[in-house]
Design a protein around this ligand. Sequence first.
Ligand code: 2AM
Length: 187
Amino acid sequence: MRLFAAVLPPPDAVAELSSAVGPLRSLPGAGRLRWTAPADWHFTLAFLGEVDEALLPALTERLARAAHRHPPHELRFAGAGRFDDRVLWIGADGDRTALRDLARSAAAGARRAGVEADGKHPFRAHLTLARATDPVPLRPYEEHLAGFSGAPWTVERLALVRSKLPASGVPGERPRYETVAEWGLGH
Ligand code: 2AM
């Protein structure tokens, strides 16, 4: 199964961000973007890819330990960005060091369970808001969100999420996410 470790923001923070993102949908090119659903929003800490089900017990054990070693910490949504003209995202402000440390622990824990996290890029806290298959000039989107800074919220849990890719082959159809397990930080 395809898995990733993530932080799932609470409903209030999601609703606030969703209100800020709504107006972007009327900017030029918005129709060519695939917008992620607020219910799916997350910060990926470690992308694990296809994981053999036999490794799941060891993986969950290691991720539980990683969660327990890190205290809850505060974040807010802030700082829009883009990867080329293909991915529009919102970043995090607040205790970003704690989030990065948690991400490192999750990746290290997964590795000890025999699951290699995608280590191509250094950890960069970002929540994907929209993706484009063919480039769309995303600078105006970034500028619209530049002044946005959400209310603080507390990262209380580490989640292991399953991503089910669409089988239909319908272009633009989104993967479905399912939380497999969650652990309270510092418990
Ligand atoms: P993205 O939002 O920047 O695409 C589920 O796919 C989550 O894992 C997404 O948040 C995605 O980040 C992240 N991810 C990180 N590395 C990935 C990879 N190699 N393939 C797919 N998703 C990846």
